[in-house]
Design a protein around this ligand. Structure first.
Ligand code: GLN
Length: 204
């Protein structure tokens, strides 16, 4: 099995480490590859879009390199039913609808998750924080939020996996998983359960 981590910008390495450890724990054989160019995602069984700056990541994944874009490869994989996970800025990119900030910056989204996203939803006072959350199918997860977005509207086919206050912060639509927080940072205390949950989506 090959897992691709979109490595154009953001916390790429943490996802590589977390996905590798999760794979090991599940006894799955395979590799985790960070990629900056088209050509790798299309040959993968699952894709992770990390956090970072959504405007920058969007520009880079929609940029044509030799007539191809990483964005179109992600869309093809999603159509084939392969799992796609986006965390934080990655969640913004997966979303179908953005807020005024997304519109103002003309950020192109992939539109794979039928939700409306609000960038930087938790405001300046709470730029980054950690909170225990009940994550459906996983249990209590220490969720680390960093200038995080939140899901403010959810479409029909979307399953809510975790909430914080009035916001949905983890959601799944079939093979597409979006999280407002950073599960890859939990690898620091040996917790890779969210990545294991994601890898277990590969078979379905
Ligand atoms: N605030 C960033 C954005 O809107 C996302 C932050 C993150 O991914 N940690 O793009």
């Amino acid at each position: 099995m090959r897992v691709a981590v979109v490595g154009v910008q953001g916390d790429v390495e943490e996802h590589v480490v977390a996905a590798k450890l999760a794979m090991e724990k599940l006894g799955m054989e395979g590799e985790v590859v960070a990629t900056r160019k088209p050509g790798v995602v299309e040959k993968s069984d699952a894709v992770i879009i990390p956090g970072g700056e959504s405007t920058t990541i969007s520009k880079l994944i929609f940029r044509e390199v030799n007539g191809k874009t990483i964005a179109e490869e992600i869309l093809t994989l999603a159509e084939e039913g392969k799992p796609i996970m986006g965390t934080c800025a990655g969640l913004i990119l997966l979303s179908k609808h953005g807020d005024e900030q997304v519109e103002k910056t003309k950020t192109k989204l992939l539109g794979l998750l039928d939700v409306k996203i609000r960038r930087n939803a938790f405001g300046r006072q709470r730029e980054s924080f950690q909170v225990p959350l009940e994550f459906k199918g996983v249990g209590v997860v220490e969720a680390i939020f960093i200038r995080a977005p939140a899901i403010v509207e959810v479409g029909g086919g979307v399953e809510i996996l975790a909430k914080f206050e009035d916001y949905v912060v983890a959601a799944r639509q079939d093979n597409v998983l979006g999280l407002a927080f950073h599960p890859e940072l939990n690898v620091e205390f040996g917790d890779t359960r969210v990545h294991e949950y994601f890898l277990n989506m590969v078979e379905c």
